[in-house]
Design a protein. Sequence first.
Length: 295
Amino acid sequence: MDWHGMAVAVLPGRGREDGPVDPVELPPAPPGPRGRTVTSHDESSGPCLIPSLLIKMINKSQDALLRLVSITHYSLPESIQRALSGSLKCRRCAVVGNGHRLRNSSMGETINTYDVVIRLNNAPVHGYEQDVGSKTTMRLFYLESAHFDPRTENNPDTLLVLVPFKPMDFQWMEAILNDKKRVRKGFWKQPPLIWDANPEQVRILNPYYMLWLSAPVPQKPTTGLLAITLALHFCDLVHIAGFGYPDSGNKKQTIYYYEQVTLKSMAASEHNVSHEAVAIKRMLELGLVKNLTYF
């Protein structure tokens, strides 16, 4: 399966020599895990609003997206090409969540053994290696969570994969990589004004991944669920660690392994965490993924 054409790099995909990509024409939906076709929703459930929202997002930011395409590089780092090459008999991927259950788990050495390790948002590695490992093949993040040092919390060849939710996300990334005047409005939380990343390691997640996971109402999937879905398309084995939220009755239990934030902070989010928990449990029951921690 061709990682280049179907995964991260998807919209910035072809490199300077091939010319720009028309962002209005979204690429065709690839097959789902193990070759199954993935659809965004049951046709009987009524019209899905997310596809139109995604198209509007891209239409509103065509110029910025085209400029972003022109400065991001298509070729994957050599180490990642080896990890994802067809020569491997069994590509093993670990998707590392940010959950509290990773704390004192001593899972670090185990996580480092996987061919591909996917991390989420601003979850730190430095200082937590014993529990979360030190290897990072790619890091999926939404813009407001970009408050991490790309060179400190990642490996030198880590792919930084932007999960876009709105037109301003493309404009911010293009401004940062071209060192232009920073975009300051249009965010629910101010993203960083300085972000020391190598443009050749930046990719944009194909909006189709959000389309597949969206219900008939416009709710945004979490970065974690997007990462699991991405891994299922390119890995023979997908193992997850650090997923799951505390019981809703436990008001004092922290959500993350690295900061003191409780479940109360999720109340205002646009994520349906209960629905996603059911989805992940179903994946576990079907054997699509395996859990390295408890869920």
